[in-house]
Design a protein around this ligand. Structure first.
Ligand SMILES: Cc1cc2nc3c(=O)[nH]c(=O)nc-3n(C[C@H](O)[C@H](O)[C@H](O)COP(=O)(O)O)c2cc1C
Length: 187
């Protein structure tokens, strides 16, 4: 059966490293026949969560913006790709807006929340100037920790480091890891 993958791009740089690795992951998914839809989180039409709590008693979100179709898309998807650069030791602002808008992925008003659309696979991708892969693990882990709450399986989390060094190029190993992650999402 046709697999559906949704990709969320949390970097504003179309030719940046995060986007390159997202593209490679998409290629891996498409190589096994997946259908992929991409959301650009830098789109002017993206709004942050309004804190209205509509999603505590309804499916979906009351905010009618660029992200509105993603709720139906995610519901029908098999896999999710998400990528963000590290900005000031955290995920980018564009990515945080998206994470807040993911409140409809869980239902209930108190902990423990229940997953509304469980059973999806997810791959996350991060890119940072710092050469130390452990430098921002706190932020990365905290972001990745959202997915078990959604009932999703994090099958790989990629990290591209040292992007600020002169003549930096993404290694073939990391590109291969991205392609393979796309294949794994689709299997
Ligand atoms: C506003 C801003 C803040 C940044 N903060 C950090 C940081 O705290 N640590 C770091 O290692 N790199 C930082 N960087 C560098 C980016 O993480 C790095 O350039 C990354 O590769 C950008 O991803 P992209 O190529 O997908 O755009 C920052 C860049 C910008 C624009």
């Amino acid at each position: 059966m046709l697999k559906k993958i949704i990709a969320f791009v949390g970097s504003p740089r179309k030719n940046g490293y995060t986007n390159k690795l997202i593209e490679e992951t998409i290629k891996g998914a498409q190589s096994l026949g997946a259908e992929v839809k991409i959301y650009d989180l830098n789109d002017d039409g993206v709004k942050g969560c309004q804190g209205c709590f509509y999603c505590r008693s309804h499916e979906g979100c009351s905010t009618k913006d660029y992200l509105q179709p993603m709720y139906e898309d995610i519901k029908n998807a098999d896999g999710i790709i998400f990528g963000s650069p590290i900005y000031f030791m955290q995920i980018s602002g564009q990515s945080k807006l998206w994470l807040d808008r993911m409140f409809p992925m869980i239902e209930g008003s108190t902990f423990p929340f229940q997953a509304r659309y469980p059973g999806k696979k997810v791959v996350t991708i991060f890119s940072q100037g710092n050469e130390n892969k452990d430098a921002f693990q706190g932020a990365i882990q905290s972001f990745n920790n959202a997915f078990p709450m959604f009932g999703w399986e994090l099958i790989d989390s990629l990290l591209c480091c040292n992007t600020g060094s002169p003549n930096f190029k993404i290694s073939d190993k990391l590109l291969e890891q991205a392609f393979t992650a796309g294949e794994l999402l689709t299997r």
